[in-house]
Every structure is written in C-alpha cells, then in structure tokens.
Design a protein around this ligand. Sequence first.
Ligand SMILES: O=P(O)(O)OC[C@H]1O[C@H](O)[C@H](O)[C@@H](O)[C@@H]1O
Length: 578
Amino acid sequence: MASGQHAPISESAAWADLKQHVKTIEGTHLRNLMQDNNRCEELIKEYDGIVVDLSRQRVIHDTVDKLLNLAEEAKLKEKIDQMFDGVHINETENRSVLHAALRAPRDEVINCDGHNVVPAVWDVLDKIDAFSDQIRSGSWLGSTGKPLTDVVAIGIGGSFLGPLFVHTAMQTEPGCAQAAKGRRLRFLANVDPIDVARALLDLNQETTLVVIVSKTFTTAETMLNARTVRTWITSALGVEAVSKHMVAVSTNLKLVKEFGIDPANAFGFWDWVGGRYSVCSAVGVLPLALQYGFSHVKKFLQGAWSIDDHFRSAPLESNLPVLLGLMSVWNVSFLGCPARAILPYCQALAKLAPHIQQVSMESNGKGVSLDGVPLPFGTGEIDFGEPGTNGQHSFYQLIHQGRVIPCDFIGIIKSQQSVYLKGEQVSNHDELMCNFFAQADALAYGKTREELVAEKVPEALIPHKMFSGNRQSLSILLPNLTPYTVGQLLALYEHRVAVQGWIWGINSFDQWGVELGKSLAGKVRTQMNAARTKTQPLSGFNYSTTTLLTRYLQGKTQLLYPDPHDVFPSNVLPGFEK
Ligand SMILES: O=P(O)(O)OC[C@H]1O[C@H](O)[C@H](O)[C@@H](O)[C@@H]1O
C-alpha cells in the first residue's frame, strides 16, 4: 500500500472479531433466539413514531456490541459529523454532501465552504411555493390563456426515481388527493420514444407545463426528451409558448438558459446535492408542489429532517439509520448475503424499492476504498422489492426455501384508505397486515420435519414442505403514511446507505461506474449517424457488435427527418393532428 493510504477495514481487529463471532451465530437459530424476550426487547427501537424491530436479525447482544466496535474503528461518528459540517467527503469530486441541508428548518445553520447554505435553500423553496401557487391558482396561464393543469416532469435516475417514489406515496393520502384534484403529474424518464408517447398520451399542449429536471443538464436521455417535448409544444403553440410552458430544475443554469428557458423560470440547486439524494431539492419539490401544493411537500421535508436530526445527534447504539446500516454490513460482509428485499406492505410505497435501488446500489457498488485501494471484500447490496402481498405470489418462494435474502418488511398502522366489509373477519388493511406479521415469523421459524410428521404429511413430501427458517428480516412500522412519514422513511434509507459506505471505507457519493457505458453509446451514435446519412461502413467494433449493429441498420432504412407532425402521429398522441 502506498504511504498515506489506509488499510481496508477488513484488516482491523474489530472485523476479525466479527469474523470469529460468525461461528457463534452459526450455532444459533432464530427459532430459539426469538424466545428470549429480553433480547427482543433490546432489539426493538423507536424514534418519533417509527418502530424498528431488529429481533429477527441473526444477532445476539454481543453481535451488536461488536458491530458498534466496528463502527468506532471506521470512525463512523466522525464521518457523520463531517457530513453535517460540510467537509468535502465526496473526495473524488471534491464536494460536500449536504442533502440534509435541503430539509433543514429556516433557522438552522449548515455551513459549506464557510457559509451557511440554509438561506439559499429557502430562497428556492420560497420561489417554488410562489410559483406552484401561481400555477395551481390559475394566475399563471398557458400561452393561449388556459390554466396549466397537467405537468410532465422530464428527468432520469435521481431526477426521476425519488420524485416518482414520493408522488406514488402521496397520491392516495386523503389530504394530498384532495389537493391534487383536477391535476395530473406524469414522469418521462426513458429515452425510448414509447415513454414519450405514454407520458404525453391524452395531454393537451395548451394545458401542459413541462418541467425539465437534470442536475447537469447534459444527460443525453433527458436532453433528447426535452427537445422532443419542446417540439411537441412549439409545433402546436409556436416558439413563444416555451416561456409559459417550460421550466427547469438544474445546477447548471447556464445550460438551462442556452436551451431557451427564461432564467426566471429556472429552479436551482447545488453541487453538494448528489443526484440520487436530490428529491428534497427542487428536483422533487417543484413537481410535487405543483401537484399537491407546497404545504404538503413541506411536511415531507420536515419528516426527513426529523431523521436527519436524530442521525446527527443520537448515540450510535440507539441511532436508527446507524443500526440499520450495521445490520446490513453484518448480513453482507459476515453472513454472506449480498441481496436485500425491500417489502413494503403498502401499495403507496410501490416505488420505494426502485428508488432505494439507485440510492443504495449507485452509492455502494464500488470496488476500491476512498484511497483508491482495491478492496478484498465485496461492497453494496443487490436491492430489489415489491409491495406485499404481491411479492408473496411471485418471488417469496425463493426467499423461503431457496437463497437467504434478508428482508425489510415495512408496515403501516393506519392505512391511507379504509375498507371494512360487513361480515368480514378483519378489515382489508388488517388482512394485508396479517401477512406482514406472518411472513417475518415464517422466515424466522421455518417448519421442521417433526411438525410435518405430526401433521401426517406423506413422507415423500416432507423434504419439499420443510422450511429451514433462520432467515433474517427486520420490520419497520410507521404510524401512518403521510408526507411526514414518507420523508422519515426516505431519510432513514439514505443515511443507512451512507453508514454502510462509511463502514466499508468507500466513497458512497460518486458514481464513476456509469460513465463507460455512456461514452461507448456516444461512439455508437457517431457511427450510426455516419452509416445512416453517408452509408459509411462501421469500424472499430468487435465481430459480435458489428454483426448485430449491421442487422439493426439493415432493418430500418429511414434516413430523413419526418415532419414534426409525423413524430407524434395523431393515432398515438391525440392533440397532434395534422
Ligand atoms: O440529473 P442528471 O444530471 O440528468 O443526472 C441523471 C442521472 O445521471 C446518471 O445516470 C447518474 O449516474 C445518476 O446519478 C443521475 O441521477
């Protein structure tokens, strides 16, 4: 190792101690561990209405102590402090990591490079408050004098997944639903023209506001979609309509202006907000405020801040994101479980897993330490998930009897919607939650041969009907699903991911791994253009790519640009008739 470089955490005594400890845990079964009420009580934690039950993790008191030793070894407390102090912990990009400042109360002081960033955050929030109110109240009208009732938010990755998650979670909350009456919010992420067709279906240019969301304002997919939708607007309403129908969210206000958007209609944020951590900036706040009004979105920010404040101040042993992160490190690095299932028993959380997938996998899927030293262990988790009970009828088979996949069960005490049919044993939400409670115990306890014999199951079927159990999960119970608790849930996961990254000693805030594919796509684009317009032969690709590309190019001979009206044929997109 070069001088100045740190040894990976796996060379520490705390890591070795945990490795050793695995043998002790291998001698236990959750079936027995769950009988120890004191242990369970110790592992059930609560903060600001959220209950986190870690008792079905494969841990005993000692394990938690040893994980806390590992946290100390990794200087976790210092790392948390450094983040809130605005230290440039994203070293490869030389940036602070201050998404928590996006939800800080007005009177909070959070410094970045010697100045308090909170007033600037609130300047943008106030601007969104005023703008969204103008749109919603109809004091801002489209170019033909009609109110703008529909919003299309164009963005991808972090400029899409977080806002979609929160929108999905708020949609059926009664107060939010009431506030959104008569309005539509659509997202356009994929560069696939099919996504354009879906996003614009049934929309009318005269009543549509387009929000282009891109931190860099250079992302190829977003910019092509933005140009496409601009054409959709201008070919119906004229070029002058852009100022009334298109606004932008970006850190790159220069490019926003060059695109033709009035700087007055641009909502900024800062390089200390990572894309996947940007939902609390104008990236999420603007589209959500347009749909639901700023007051609801403000509660979402307050919920996130509640966890931020807890994260920076609670002792590590009762700090929810810290404990959640440590459990994940234990599962991934010591118990050999590289995947994690995120299973909300709430349809409104249907987009939680896709969002956390980016937050977690883009943050922690790294191969080298902060110092650039290749790591002798794998980092990151393979995150996936679906709402329960849908997942139960799909992939849970594998989780029960196939591979061991630690699960996050998320349940809600009071549902956004209440249905209780006369004569039914339980309400519909209770029925859902019966599954939430049952699945965690089914995984932990399993089913033994003895139990099956007692049930007189035929011998030949016994091996098929046995469940090993001892499969770890954790449960998060929220009092309800409101903008506030959605904010809490978001921050809980964001900080948990950061904790994991700090323990592993990686930079969770860069994403160099997405660059290579982008630049290779650029090379293909250049050659595709040359092949289509100058019938130039392909060069520089391997045999396989050349073969497939040739087949692709032969399959489509279109060389001319169609008339804009053909770009949006009327049979696909009403409102774009010739
Ligand atoms: O917001 P943008 O600059 O358009 O970036 C959109 C996305 O681009 C890349 O794929 C990055 O890996 C993501 O982290 C980012 O969220």
